[in-house]
Each structure stands twice: as structure tokens, then as C-alpha cells.
Design a protein around this ligand. Sequence first.
Ligand SMILES: *[C@@H]1O[C@H](CO)[C@@H](O)[C@H](O)[C@H]1NC(C)=O
Ligand SMILES: *[C@@H]1O[C@H](CO)[C@@H](O)[C@H](O)[C@H]1NC(C)=O
Ligand SMILES: *[C@@H]1O[C@H](CO)[C@@H](O)[C@H](O)[C@H]1NC(C)=O
Ligand SMILES: *[C@@H]1O[C@H](CO)[C@@H](O)[C@H](O)[C@H]1NC(C)=O
Ligand SMILES: *[C@@H]1O[C@H](CO)[C@@H](O)[C@H](O)[C@H]1NC(C)=O
Ligand SMILES: *[C@@H]1O[C@H](CO)[C@@H](O)[C@H](O)[C@H]1NC(C)=O
Ligand SMILES: CC(=O)N[C@H]1CO[C@H](CO)[C@@H](O)[C@@H]1O
Length: 629
Amino acid sequence: MVAFSTLSGLSALSLLFSLVQKVHGVSLEVSTEGGNSSSPLLYGFMFEDINYSNDGGIYGQLLQNNGLQGSSPNLTAWASVGDATISVDAENPLTSAIPHSLRLDVPEGTTGQVGFTNEGYWGIPVDGSTFQSYFWIKGDFSNNVTIRLVGTNSGTEYASTSVEVSSNADEFTYITTSFPTTKAPDGDVLYELTVDGELVAGRSLNFGLLQLFPETYKSRYNGLKPQLANALESIKGSFLRFPGGNNLEGDTEETRWKWNETIGPVEDRPGHQGTWTYYNTDGLGLMEYFYWCEDLNLTPVLGVWAGFALESGGNTPFTGDALQPYIDDTLNELEFILGDSSTTYGSLRATYGHEEPFDVTLVEIGNEDNLGGGCESYAERFTAFYDAIHAAYPDLILIASTDNASCLPSTLPEGAWLDFHDYNTADGLVSEFNLFDNKDRSVPYFIGEYSRWEIEWPSIKNSVAEAVYMIGLERNSDVVKMAAYAPLLQLVNSTQWTPDLIPFTQNPTNMIIETVSYYVQQMFSVNRGDTIKEVTSDSAFGPVYWVASSAGDNYYVKLANYGSETQDVVVSIPGLSSGKLTVLADNDPEASNTDTQTLVTPSEKDVTGEDGSFSFTLPAWSVAVLAAN
Ligand SMILES: *[C@@H]1O[C@H](CO)[C@@H](O)[C@H](O)[C@H]1NC(C)=O
Ligand SMILES: *[C@@H]1O[C@H](CO)[C@@H](O)[C@H](O)[C@H]1NC(C)=O
Ligand SMILES: *[C@@H]1O[C@H](CO)[C@@H](O)[C@H](O)[C@H]1NC(C)=O
Ligand SMILES: *[C@@H]1O[C@H](CO)[C@@H](O)[C@H](O)[C@H]1NC(C)=O
Ligand SMILES: *[C@@H]1O[C@H](CO)[C@@H](O)[C@H](O)[C@H]1NC(C)=O
Ligand SMILES: *[C@@H]1O[C@H](CO)[C@@H](O)[C@H](O)[C@H]1NC(C)=O
Ligand SMILES: CC(=O)N[C@H]1CO[C@H](CO)[C@@H](O)[C@@H]1O
């Protein structure tokens, strides 16, 4: 039944017609009084290196296997050019962290250009910006080195530059060059470095840690790939959880994410074997994560290693005295981030270019410690980390990596938050719409990872389910402080996990695939109030779900229709007259956006409120936001 008394005559009449025509409908009355405060951090990002989201993804460096890192490096992504051979050379290490270099052997009698190519991470996106290349060279050579970016099959040249080099056989010489590029039509591009073979005939040269960057996001040195940073910017998220995820934990203690090996000059960063099958360069390291937060205005949520690695049968979890070195290591990390430059690690940070402490207020202890054998020891590990961190930094908010009570201390320290992860089916997400309605309000929640999983590309039905779930979170955003879809980014050509929010290729023109879930995240994040308003209705939740919020005079009503029937909606917000309605919908619940099709995009239209009453239609399988004032 519909509460006609709350509607104007006109909309009551149209609704009556609707009812007569057996069109389904929902009438909502939004209170303009009171309400609960909504967390300002609610929507944000969770990030770890998975599916080449970091190396080959948002990290701006474009050459793959550029430092020949790993325990037994090979020539993946490299090939020789001309009458020369290349090899991995352990005799001429660049640094102790980068213990190999690329050796170029040139036979006697060689003429013409010789050198090598790198194919990037399934291509190189040449976007027409000014590129930078950096490399180290060892060997007697005083002439030009030529760098080109060329189409793999077409041979088309998108950049060509010569840089004068004067190097010797005693040490590596560092070379930097900057050059214009022409935008390529696709990602099928090789990086090529050559020298005049006649000058090196019968000898060899060594090259170390070759790097290639486009103009990065906000032109930051060692910065982000602009197309991916722009995609995140367009969502207007509030926080960034890093560096993982499984990748924080590592498969073993040895391959955990070690903060102090991700800082300083990149040639001093050894990288590490990631948990998602490939080696991580750590070129995007701890400081780069903070610059990312600064440049995109994100609140950092720092994950710290909590004495547990993923590999069953390994020597973790560490407990008792064995845990202390890792607690000390975390305190060092926090001093590096938060200490002023009079402290040991604060001064190291200053040396590396950031005089002022970074801004961190949220620290998560471990990752998913309810899983894989971490549960039994987590209460002890969490407490040990909590006590040490809290004593040194009482203002930090500390987050436990699970909400499973059997893995937590019997009494949670006051002020601690819980992280809950939810990979689920579409119906499962919808069934959890009210998961937080009756939670204890004194323990704040972080939904550190969630999404409809076990599908390749999010379809509208799945994304509507996520929207229903998010409506449930937003209604409870007095206690649910933050929520992040996961995983965030995915290189389409090499995927370890699907679905992901923002799949991408190396095509500089259509790099980003805007999935249906991406649009849901964007619609929810850009339309945020600071107060959740009471909504009264004669209809129960389902298949239509809603939440209303306000920020000053602006009101936002988010709706999801998890069903195949069209729904007529009347939203009454006393005193408001103009609104904008954004709708994402498709009649086919399986419709999705992929690397080959874009079927579902949001549409926008103006709506006017007759005496504060906004009437519109919610299509089958849809997500909508009414922004009114
Ligand atoms: C090169 O090393 C990578 C990483 O260890 C491995 O996946 C790949 O199979 C190796 N390639 C060859 C040709 O050995
Ligand atoms: C990468 O994937 C895209 C989208 O499917 C495809 O167009 C491109 O050819 C692939 N590139 C490589 C090098 O496989
Ligand atoms: C090296 O390149 C520079 C710049 O392109 C050019 O001016 C110079 O003539 C070149 N030198 C030689 C020896 O080819
Ligand atoms: C990083 O810290 C650990 C623990 O404090 C220490 O053993 C290691 O030598 C450090 N590594 C570097 C590169 O400073
Ligand atoms: C909590 O963790 C225990 C131990 O791993 C497990 O048996 C139980 O199912 C978990 N409970 C929930 C609600 O996930
Ligand atoms: C505010 O929070 C309380 C406590 O959870 C809840 O009962 C009430 O419905 C909430 N009000 C709104 C407008 O969401
Ligand atoms: C879809 C896909 O690529 N899945 C892969 C995810 O990564 C795991 C582990 O690397 C592989 O086993 C899957 O094939």
C-alpha cells in the first residue's frame, strides 16, 4: 500500500493509474530532520599487486623484467636487434639489490645498429606525451645510443631519440633522456635501444635497470600511469588501503612485503616474489603509495605485516619472543612515516625527499588472519602489535584484519576497528543487505574487500547486487566507516583474479574498461551526503532498496532494483524542487561491459519535484541516484 497522504494530488493520480495498470511501485518519504552521521571515508580503494595492477599497471614504469630481478632471471620480454646477442649477466651486477645486468655481445666485423628490444607488459602504451628513459651502461663507449618506440608488426616509429653517452668499463654510468612521442593506435609497441655495431664489434656492453615512463600523473617522478590514476580520480574515492592483501603477507616470511626494501633509489630496491605468481619490482614502494594518496587526496590505510605468511607448512605464525623483531620493524616503519626528521627513520625519509611526516591515521594489523591457519594465533599477535603501536602512537586507529570473534582477543581494545571481507554471489550480497542493521554500534567496521566474485566481467545483475549491499552499508555508515570493492585493477592480458573493478589494456586510446561495477562505485561515491536520513515507506525492502542522505541542502537518494519488473518510484523530500537522476540499467541481467563490448552506461536527466515529490521509473535491473536540492 502507498501512503497517498504524503503525495501531491498529481503524483497520487499518476500513481493510482500505475496501480490500476499493475505497474509495481514504491513510495518513499525522506525526512528532512535529524539522521545519523555518515562516515566521510565511506567509499575508497583497496590495492595490491595482482594481475599486474602495479607493475605493468598503475605504476608508470613501462618495461617488463627491466632489472632482471628474481632468483633466476631470464630474458622474458627482451630480444636482440641486429647481429648481436643478449644475455643475463651475473658478473656485472648493477647493485647488491639488482645483482644482474643485460649483456650485449657484438661479434667481430659487425656493422649497422645492434641492441635489444623490450616488449613491455603485453605492450607499451605510447600516449603522445613526453617520455623519459633511464638506464645504466658499463663498457667503453663514447657515442650515441638510439632509443626508439616502434610498432611491433607495423614498424611504425612513435619516437626516436639519440642520447650521447660516455661510459667506461670500470663502473656503471647513469643516463637519462627525455623525448617526444607520437600517440600509437594500439599497445603493440616495442622499446628499442641500439648502438652503432661497428664501434662495439668484438666487444660487449652491459646495461642495468632500464626504465621507460610516460608523462606521469601530476608529472611526479617515478609516478603513476595517468590513464589509470585518472580512472581512480573519476570515482572520487576517499581512502587507499595498501600494500595488500595477500601480497602484504607473502607466501613465506622471506617474501612478505618488506617496507624498508621498497624505499630509496629504485636501484637499491631488490623487489620480491609476489603472491600472485609474478615478481614485484617495488618501484612503486612505500613513499610512492603516500604520494599516490597525496596526489589523489586519499586517506592512507596502511597494512603492516603481523607475523603470518600464507604458505601452509611454513614457519609462521610467529608468536611470543619470535614476534618482537617484527613489531620493532613495524615501529621503525611508523617512525619512517610519522617521525620528524630528528628521528632515525624520519631523517631517512627526509633524505629521500619528504621532509614533513606523511599523514597516516589508520593502520591495519595483518590481512585476513581468520584464514589459512592464522586464526588461532591472531589474538596474541594482534594484541602484541596493538599494544606496541598504541603505546607509541596513541592517536592511530588500529584495525584488526578479521571480525571473527574466535580469532580475536576476548575483549577488543577500545577504539579498535574490524575488517570484514565479503566475496559473494549476487543473491548472497543481496541477502546481506541488513547485515549491519543490528551490529553493536561501539565497534566500527571496515569492509576492506568485497564484490560479486567467480565471474569474468561484472554484469548488471551482479552490479545491482553490489549496489544493494552498498545501500546496506551506507544505511549503516555510522558504524561501517569504510568499504572497498576488490580487486581494483587488472591487466586484461594477464589475469590472476576476476572480476576486477577497472580492467585495462596497454592501448593508449581505450585503455580503461569501464565495467558495470565501476559505474556503480562511481555513482555511489560521487553522490555522498554527511547524514543518513530516515526514509518511511509502506513497501518493504526488495526488490527495490534505497538509502537517503543529505549534505546541507543537497539530498541524495540511492536506489537499486534487483528484479526484472519495472518499478514506479515516488520520492518525497519536503521543500525540494530540482533534481538530477542518474540511472544504470539493462533489461538483460547478463549484460556487461568487456574488452569487446560496452552495453551498460549511466544516463542522466533532470527531474523536477512537484511540491517536493519526485516521480520516475526505475527500470528492471537498475541502480539509480537522485541528487536533489
Ligand atoms: C622466465 O622466468 C619467468 C619467471 O620466473 C618464468 O615464468 C618463465 O617461464 C621463464 N621463461 C623461460 C623461457 O624460462
Ligand atoms: C591484450 O588484450 C587486448 C584486449 O583483449 C587485446 O586487444 C590485445 O591484442 C592484447 N595484447 C596482447 C599483446 O596480447
Ligand atoms: C648524437 O646525437 C646528437 C643529438 O641527436 C647529435 O646532435 C649528434 O650529432 C650525434 N652524435 C653523433 C656522434 O652521431
Ligand atoms: C630492513 O629491516 C630489517 C629488520 O629491521 C633488517 O634486518 C634489514 O637489514 C633491513 N633491510 C634494509 C635493506 O635496510
Ligand atoms: C571463525 O573462525 C573459525 C576458525 O577458523 C571458523 O571455524 C569459523 O567458521 C569462523 N566463523 C565465521 C563466522 O566465519
Ligand atoms: C540511526 O542509527 C540507529 C542505531 O543503529 C538506528 O536505529 C536508526 O534507524 C538510524 N537512523 C537512520 C536515519 O538511519
Ligand atoms: C582467470 C585467470 O586468469 N585465473 C588465474 C588466476 O590466477 C591463478 C593463480 O595465478 C591461476 O591459476 C588462474 O588460472
